[in-house]
Design a protein around this ligand. Structure first.
Ligand SMILES: C[S@@+](CC[C@H](N)C(=O)[O-])C[C@H]1O[C@@H](n2cnc3c(N)ncnc32)[C@H](O)[C@@H]1O
Length: 840
């Protein structure tokens, strides 16, 4: 499973208004820097001037924080000012992962080396040493070079195509690190709290699926959540390439992610309920951040950077991380990560959550894991900068800034009063260990001294050196911060003394960084205090998110009612065919229904001869309760089914934007007029269902399979293997599956499906077979087959040689797609455009 998504690109929906990173259309005199000329060679436009890759506030800030030594400073900023080299990852679940790796190792490594600038001894491309199995690669070409340099075209085309298909993912090297430290297992329930655009979700799914056999599904699952709907769509598009039935995409504020806890009454009622609340084995908390670790990719940030960006996000980051920990099972791991270098968004957040969890959460020492990854220890001392002043302790915070600068942002995590109290305790001898000499007076004095010391330069007493900071000049990457946390016991009931008032200095914070590291200022406006584990009250949805029907103000009562899914059906008068419109609980999101229409299910099972071993009961869902209008039927794994059942029992607390694997699609009227079954198998669903299909399936010789991919439609009489042509002619009209045969007498071969089996969906028309695979997928599959089977040079087996009356199909005599064209709406007419089925 996975990595064989045959989806059509719908990029236009997702193109962000992101500025092109290393060029600027209109010169901005205020930000021009005559010294920053190092990227000028990249552009063909002589009037182009590079970004000002300098910001004195940035320099002052990070020099003072000491994230690198003063001797290293020049090397550090020097690398930050150069474009980021491209990196990518082979999808471990792809059928072609070994082929792709071998192509990189044996072909591109050599051919691309010629393109490396003379005198530069760096490798053109190389595997990232810390990533398992040579699956992640670093290239010394920037994205711009790949786009502009014609001799790199073949490699660039390779990256684009394989990325689109889902065989590789282009991803920043450092962004691949957090999932590696999560220790995810195939049976894990994983929560990815801030998941869009989804590169780490994809990695997590790969791990879940890593040892899955053909036709089976892992026990684990991933819930990928993001606050931003548009970005959720991008995430759905990304993860569709994975072809997984083990994913739910949700759209919540992560700090209020619902716990879906069943109350006791429910529990007694639903005796067969397997899951009684949402708790996860692993949580990825890749929070929104200021993103200055991405400066090499987004140099525009040089101009925008200011200290308010990090300070303003601190409270939200703490809230999200706390929510993640409360949803984590005891014994589970949570990785907290940012692409920011700022200690306020990093060590200060980690320190605060450790304090709040009071020993129930440990910061894990991962220095022995993935040791080839060069990382620096986390800081134990830092300062806060606010409104142009350096603050060494909370004592230094002016009164009017006390709402914006919090005690917990400082290394001691204490307010002045806390320290005074602490000294007082020391004075009275409470809670203070006697000194080794038993001299309490000297101990008290020592504490006082240390408290006073902290006023001048605070040092955290937590083991923050266990955090990891990746800096760009260590291994030619972006920057990243990672902390691995383990929950060792339930989080105690603590009263949060510090009520973090989320106050953003809007003058300081730039609200738009249109990148994967988006700063979401608006999300903060509705942020509330996180619910502690002990009072994990059921999540109350935001009123504005609830579907209450047109022009009805949402009252508290409405939202209560909305918690009862059955009562939320409302009849809406529409002008179209559909009079009855079932509204879901969440505004703008189609509701999820278990699909139980026996007539349709039986007709599908019967038509394709689907073995009963593939369970349908409770595994099929739709986004439309009107079965006569259902367009798509999705398949969900057992784990996802369990979560869905729980979600129904708790009043649909989860706002689900996407769920499961698209398995069946209704034939359009043109396609389906002559087909006995109204549904075809979707290309995403084919790998899962393939081992269970016993009808409408044929095995083609490599030559005939190649011809299908090349010509898209082949007349029955034109197949090289006449027996295959005959069998194809005898199929029922409509959708069918053609498997690439391995043996000699392919058409009569008994079908054995395993992970390496390659199959495509076709349409059986009156006179021909027509492939139902996108042009791009055909191209990619052909390329892979040519490499793997060496079939370009002619028939693979002697017996397959065409006889004089079985002339192979050439371009000039390629079969007309007359009959197929009548029925198939564009041979590749697979419409993947909708993330959810709002138009069903
Ligand atoms: C650093 S990016 C995540 C990158 C992602 N993990 C990946 O690897 O592709 C942060 C994400 O957090 C989302 N976000 C911002 N505020 C949020 C909130 N309160 N709850 C959930 N997501 C939020 C943003 O929309 C953004 O997509």
């Amino acid at each position: 499973m996975g990595g064989r998504g045959r989806s059509r690109t719908q990029r236009k929906h997702f193109r962000q208004s992101r500025e092109n990173v290393w060029k600027r259309s209109k010169p901005d005199p205020s930000s021009q820097n005559p010294d920053a000329t190092d990227d000028a060679a990249e552009t063909p436009n002589p009037t182009w001037t590079p970004f000002a890759t300098q910001n004195s506030a940035f320099d002052e800030y990070y020099k003072e924080q000491g994230i690198v030594t003063s001797e290293e400073w020049d090397a550090f900023v020097g690398v930050l000012r150069t474009p980021l080299p491209a990196s990518f990852r082979i999808n471990a679940c792809s059928q072609f992962s070994a082929d792709l790796r071998s192509q990189l190792e044996n072909d591109f490594v050599q051919t691309l080396q010629a393109e490396v600038v003379e005198g530069d001894d760096a490798e053109a491309i190389k595997p990232l040493p810390w990533y398992p199995d040579n699956l992640a690669w670093h290239s010394n070409f920037s994205r711009m070079q790949l786009r502009k340099n014609q001799t790199l075209e073949r490699f660039h085309e390779f990256l684009k195509l394989e990325n689109e298909i889902g065989n590789i993912t282009r991803q920043e090297a450092v962004s691949m690190v957090p999932p590696l430290f999560l220790n995810v297992q195939p049976n894990h329930f994983v929560l990815d709290m801030c998941a869009a655009p989804g590169s780490k979700t994809f990695q997590l799914l790969e791990i879940i699926h890593q040892s899955t056999k053909a036709g089976s599904l892992p026990d684990g699952m991933v819930i990928a959540n993001d606050l931003d709907v548009q970005r959720c769509n991008l995430l759905i598009h990304q993860t569709k390439r994975m072809c997984t039935a083990n994913l739910i995409v949700t759209n919540h504020e992560a700090q209020q992610f619902p716990g879906c806890r069943l109350n006791r009454n429910h529990e007694t009622l639903e005796t067969d309920q397997h899951i009684s609340q949402l708790l996860f084995d692993s949580v990825l908390c890749d929070v929104p951040c200021s993103g200055d670790g991405t400066l090499r990719k987004a140099p525009d940030l040089w101009r925008k950077w200011n200290t308010g960006m990090g300070n303003g996000l601190y409270s939200l980051q703490v809230l999200i991380a706390m929510r993640g920990l409360s949803l984590l099972k005891v014994g589970g791991r949570m990785v907290y990560s940012t692409c920011s270098m700022n200690p306020i968004e990093n060590e200060a957040v980690v320190a605060e959550i450790l304090r709040r969890c009071g020993g129930s959460v440990e910061l894990v020492d991962v220095s022995g894991e993935h040791h080839q990854l060069i990382r620096r220890p986390g800081l134990r001392r830092w300062k806060v900068r606010d409104k142009g002043s350096w603050l060494a302790s909370y004592r230094d915070v002016p009164k009017f800034r006390k709402n914006a600068v919090l005690p917990s942002m400082f290394p001691s995590g204490q307010s002045y009063q806390d320290l005074v109290d602490c000294n007082h305790k020391a004075d009275t001898g409470d809670d203070i260990d006697k000194g080794a000499d038993g001299n309490s007076e000297s101990s008290t004095q020592a504490v006082e001294n240390s408290a006073m010391q902290e006023f001048t330069e605070e040092v955290s007493d937590l083991p923050l050196e266990r955090c990891m900071r990746i800096v760009p000049h260590d291994q030619n990457t972006g920057a990243f911060f990672i902390a691995v946390l383990q929950k060792v016991s339930p989080i105690p009931a603590i009263s949060i003394q510090e009520k973090p008032k989320i106050e953003i200095d809007k003058q300081c914070v730039e609200p738009k960084i249109e990148d994967s590291n988006v700063l979401q200022v608006n999300s903060l406006e509705s942020t509330k205090e996180v619910l502690e584990e002990v009072n994990l009250t059921d999540h109350k949805p935001r009123a504005e998110d609830l579907e209450v029907g047109p022009s009805v103000a949402c009252t508290e009562q409405d939202s209560e009612e909305a918690q009862e899914p059955l009562k939320t059906e409302s009849i809406t008068k529409t002008t179209g065919k559909r009079k009855l419109q079932f509204q879901g609980k969440w505004r703008g999101v189609d509701p999820v229904f278990f699909f139980k229409d026996e007539t349709i299910i039986n007709s599908i099972r019967e038509f394709y001869g689907i073995d009963e071993k593939l369970p349908f009961n409770g595994h099929l869902v739709t986004r439309n309760n009107d079965t006569s209008h259902v367009k798509r039927i999705y398949y969900v794994s057992k784990s996802v089914k369990g979560v869905l059942e729980l979600n129904f029992s708790v009043g649909q607390q989860l706002k689900i934007t996407s769920i499961g694997l698209k398995m069946f699609e209704r034939q359009s009227s043109r396609e389906g007029s002559s087909a006995p079954c109204a549904f075809r198998i979707s290309s995403e669903g084919l790998p899962l269902i393939l081992p269970y299909i016993t009808k409408q399936i044929l095995c083609a010789s490599p030559v005939d399979f190649k011809h299908l991919l090349q010509y898209k439609a082949v007349k029955f009489g034109d197949f090289v293997d006449a027996e295959f042509g005959e069998k194809a002619a005898n199929l029922m009209p409509g959708y069918c599956v053609v498997v690439l045969g391995k043996g000699k007498r392919t058409a009569s071969e008994s079908l054995v499906v395993d992970e390496s089996t390659i199959a495509i969906g076709c349409w059986k028309g009156k006179a021909s077979l027509t492939v139902m695979v996108t042009a791009m997928d055909c191209r990619e599959l052909l390329e892979r087959l040519l490499v793997r089977l060496d079939i370009d040079k002619g028939p693979v087996h002697e017996d397959d040689k065409p006889s004089s009356d079985k002339v192979p199909v050439h371009e000039e005599n390629k079969p007309s797609s007359d009959d197929a064209g009548d029925e198939v709406q564009g041979t590749n007419g697979i419409d993947d455009s909708e993330a959810t089925e709002s138009k069903q």
